[in-house]
Design a binder for this molecule. Structure first.
Ligand code: BES
Ligand code: MN
Ligand code: ZN
Length: 469
């Protein structure tokens, strides 16, 4: 995983990368002339040059209007790593400075762009050469970027792991290890017996047919000086594999549902990042871990059970499982003192229909807080778009035999899913629900993401904590 080292230390490089428009260094004549042509739009970047002073790679950040929150710099970072690898250089230095530059996002893009999930590849693809990229004078930006990209790549690695290796129990164990490393508090309620006793029937219903038993992990960050009267809870959907259960999914691309724990992965990643950034607000992270499987032990369509808050839920469709595992934990988070709650979930295919593959849905209660969460996304380069939390649709979840049905019919599925979740926490609590079903899973690759899972929302969640603290 450490195929790339980024450092501010000076040393020998075989390649010099020049970021056009953001580099005051004196360049050899030929290089400066080409840089000027690219700046004027007479030549295009990236451009490789060889001259007697050495080898150069000229690059320029893209100005596309949708690349906000440093995204153009992250994309550039990926372009640089790709260029260094294509040139077969083992070390390169990047000349970048000036107030208009975003060196932190640049380095994040290098580290995110060079990530590959290749531990299970035995050929040469599994053994990429180690390269070093030097970014002189940018020590602070590099350190900040290593923390961010490390946290997000942790989330990605977990989401990319196959479901035979990452199941609720192994996820919980990994979380324990990461929590210890980061200095976070750690608690786990593991197995259907313990979860039943502790009052998490949703996790039990969804996870009871899983070979690996469901679990609830609680991670806590306690600041030195806590913002008064504020406690942030981050709640992640962690379905390590979603077959749909008895309401089984079609087989085409079902493997992608190994990424149905992307919300929990982002919460774990964000908690480790928060532990490093140390904002002045208390944060608790919850991972709702279960495997949604069909067998004789599985929950059935038609089951009715009583949630933690007393409401009876009719399970119309076992494939609407995410809301079941989240519901009790939202209730619990508020019992534990949360004043602000963000839940993150690959919750609905309907969100892909509404917003496409690259924008997450944002719904909830408390417009000021929702605006803050959306701003945190914009500043992090993660696009969130608010959908209406439209009360009239609550009647779509009515059921004659229970307080609430777990599906709301054919249309507006992202909205009815959010309305379902909203029944399990009081409306006095500021609450944002992020539906990341689209951007979490990018099997074709995207921007600086190689094919696979993205760890989407890791950066936004940590930024929400920073804003509250
Ligand atoms: N994990 C899926 C949603 C999903 C779909 C995530 C595609 C990522 C990509 C979720 O558990 C699910 O199956 N939702 C159902 C809900 C329906 C039964 C109301 C869906 O979206 O079809
Ligand atoms: Mn499902
Ligand atoms: Zn699911």
């Amino acid at each position: 995983m450490h195929d790339l080292i980024v450092t501010a230390d000076l040393g020998k490089s075989e390649l010099t990368v020049v970021v056009i428009g953001h580099c005051a260094a004196k360049l050899p004549r030929l290089v400066a002339a080409q840089a000027a042509r690219i700046a004027k739009g007479e030549a295009s970047a990236p451009l490789s040059l060889v001259c007697e002073d050495g080898r150069y790679l000229l690059v320029k950040p893209d100005e596309k209007p949708w690349l906000v929150g440093g995204e153009n710099w992250r994309v550039l970072g990926k372009e640089i790593v790709d260029g260094v690898r294509a040139a077969k250089a083992s070390a390169a230095s990047v000349l970048v400075n000036g107030t208009a530059a975003n060196p932190q996002a640049l380095v994040e893009g290098m580290l995110l762009g060079d990530y590959r999930y290749n531990v299970l590849r035995s050929g040469k693809e599994g053994k990429r050469t180690g390269i070093t990229i030097r970014v002189p004078k940018q020590k602070a930006a590099i350190e900040a970027a290593i923390a961010v990209a490390g946290a997000q790549n942790l989330a990605r690695e977990l989401a990319d792991m196959p479901p035979n290796l990452l199941h609720p129990q192994s996820f919980a164990e990994r979380a324990r290890k990461e929590a210890r490393k980061a200095g976070l508090g750690f608690k786990v309620i593991s197995g259907t017996r313990a979860l039943t006793k502790a009052g998490f029937p949703g996790l039990v219903q969804v996870g009871m047919a899983g070979m690996s038993e469901p679990a609830l992990v609680e991670l806590s960050y306690t600041p030195k000086r806590a913002a008064k009267g504020k406690h942030l809870a981050l709640v992640g959907k962690g379905i390590t594999f979603d077959t749909g259960g008895i309401s089984i999914k079609p087989s085409a691309a079902m493997w992608e549902m190994k990424g149905d724990m992307g919300g929990a992965a982002a919460v774990l990643g964000a908690m480790t990042l928060i532990a490093e950034q140390r904002p002045d607000v208390a944060v608790t992270g919850y991972l709702c871990l279960a495997e949604n499987m069909p067998d004789s032990m599985a929950q059935r369509p038609g089951d009715i059970y009583q949630a933690r808050n007393g409401k009876f839920i009719h399970v119309d469709n076992t494939d609407a499982e995410g809301r079941l595992v989240l519901a009790d934990v939202l209730t619990y988070a508020v019992e534990q003192g949360a004043t602000h709650v963000v839940d993150v979930a690959t919750l609905t295919g309907a969100c892909l229909v509404a917003l496409g593959e690259r924008i997450a849905g944002l719904l909830g209660r408390g417009q000021t807080f929702l605006d803050q969460v959306r701003a945190a996304g914009q500043e992090s380069g993660e696009e969130l778009w608010q959908l209406p939390f439209y009360g009239e649709y609550r009647s779509l979840l009515d059921h004659p035999h229970a307080d609430i049905n777990n599906v709301g019919g054919r249309y507006g599925g992202t909205i009815t899913a959010a309305l379902f979740l909203g029944e399990f926490l009081p409306d006095t609590v500021k609450w944002a629900h992020l539906d990341i079903a689209g951007p979490a899973i990018q099997t074709g690759g995207w921007r600086y993401y190689s094919k696979g899972m993205t760890g989407f929302a890791t950066r936004t969640l940590a930024r929400v904590a920073a804003k509250l603290g």
